[in-house]
Design a protein around this ligand. Structure first.
Ligand SMILES: Nc1nc2c(ncn2[C@@H]2O[C@H](COP(=O)(O)OP(=O)(O)OP(=O)(O)O)[C@@H](O)[C@H]2O)c(=O)[nH]1
Ligand SMILES: [Mg+2]
Length: 228
């Protein structure tokens, strides 16, 4: 029943209020839910909403910053190796006061994009706390990718790319820098996650495991480090 309600909301394009119903899709076989749930997390202001808007609409939300309230979502269908992958992307609020709302969604997420802002050292320092929270609330096998956003801001940069790489290595998660403003690596981040999720669902028994970081590194090399 809960699934049916969510599907109706999704079909109508209406944002659901997390306080009303928490839908535990992970309780059900994937074929029933159909969607892969990707959650954007990280401090307020790191660019989660802008990253999603860039990915979905190919535009940058310039101007005044409107902080997300609670949670919002967008659907996007991607074609990965001739297979349709339906992503439902949850844009969470980074503000501390909405943390309990975010906690309620971790359990159902199949993938998490964890963002910091390369011009904001505190947002980078908080990544450890975010990873602890993810460990506590998310499924054990959730796909996690670390993204250093606002890579276009060369003059204001306070976190080096190498620092992001080092932290990601320490926690064993894939990493890349992105820019919602220029579009740098935005498509690649979502494609990489969609590929990983597709491989998990459709992998043949003798097929080797998909190597997310290897794929990202290869794609970045192919296009000379950065693509928009
Ligand atoms: N230069 C630059 N600015 C960005 C980028 N992404 C986001 N911003 C700016 O950063 C501010 C915050 O962006 P949001 O996407 O709203 O941040 P958020 O992470 O969704 O914040 P909350 O909803 O409060 O959690 C806005 O003023 C954006 O214009 C980027 O890639 N480069
Ligand atoms: Mg937001």
């Amino acid at each position: 029943m809960q699934i049916l309600i969510l599907m109706m909301w999704v079909a109508a394009g209406i944002n659901f209020a997390p306080s009303l119903t928490t839908v535990h899709m992970a309780d059900h076989p994937k074929s029933l839910s159909d969607f892969d749930f990707v959650m954007l997390v990280g401090d307020s202001g790191v660019g989660k909403t802008c990253l999603l808007v860039r990915f979905k609409d190919g535009a940058f939300l310039a101007g005044s910053f409107i902080s997300t309230v609670g949670i919002d979502f967008r659907n996007k269908v991607m074609t990965i190796d001739a297979v349709k992958v339906k992503l439902q992307i949850w844009d969470t609020a980074g503000q501390e006061r909405f943390r309990s709302v975010t906690h309620a969604y971790y359990r159902d997420a199949h993938a998490l994009l964890l963002l910091y802002d390369v011009t904001n050292k505190a947002s980078f320092d908080n990544i450890r706390a975010w990873l602890t929270e993810i460990h506590e609330y998310a499924q054990q096998d959730v796909v996690v990718m670390l993204l250093g956003n606002k890579a276009d801001s060369t003059h204001d940069r306070l976190v080096k790319r190498e620092e992001g790489e080092k932290l990601a290595k320490e926690f064993g998660v894939p990493f890349m820098e992105t820019s919602a403003k220029s579009g740098l690596n935005v498509e690649l981040a979502f494609t990489a996650v969609a590929k990983e999720l597709k491989h998990r669902t459709m992998k043949e028994p003798d097929e080797p495991k998909f190597q997310l970081q290897e794929y990202v590194d290869k794609e970045m090399r192919t296009v000379g480090c950065c693509r928009s």
